[in-house]
Unconditional design. Structure first.
Length: 109
């Protein structure tokens, strides 16, 4: 689950970097600061994913990216896409971890 979540967060950092390039020309100063804050949250979430705070920051980031659509309109769509990837990473990751635990239970070493 962590590996999939790390992949989503890493791609979101790249997405936000490109969004900041757009915000430089399209958005106000507040839009730039919000984008920078989202990048910082993404980096913190990626670094603290081993604890519960990392997952909380990840959820905050998902909704923050959608709200960033008020400054950069295309972020509504990208935020929804990454929210679905985030939820998918959690669901698929939990299934994979359960399968791994079941296999370890069958073959204890």
């Amino acid at each position: 689950m962590k590996m999939l979540a790390r992949s989503v967060l890493s791609m979101e950092i790249l997405l936000l970097g490109f969004a900041l390039l757009l915000a430089k020309d399209l958005a106000s100063r507040e839009g730039l600061w919000l984008g920078l804050a989202l990048v910082v949250i993404a980096i913190l979430a990626l670094g603290t994913l081993k604890s519960k705070i990392g997952w909380i920051l990840g959820w905050i980031l998902q909704f923050g990216i959608i709200l960033y659509g008020f400054y950069i309109f295309s972020m509504f769509f990208m935020g929804a896409l990454f929210l679905s990837l985030w939820v998918g990473a959690i669901v698929i990751g939990r299934k994979g971890e359960a399968l791994k635990r079941a296999r370890q239970g069958e073959n204890p070493q």
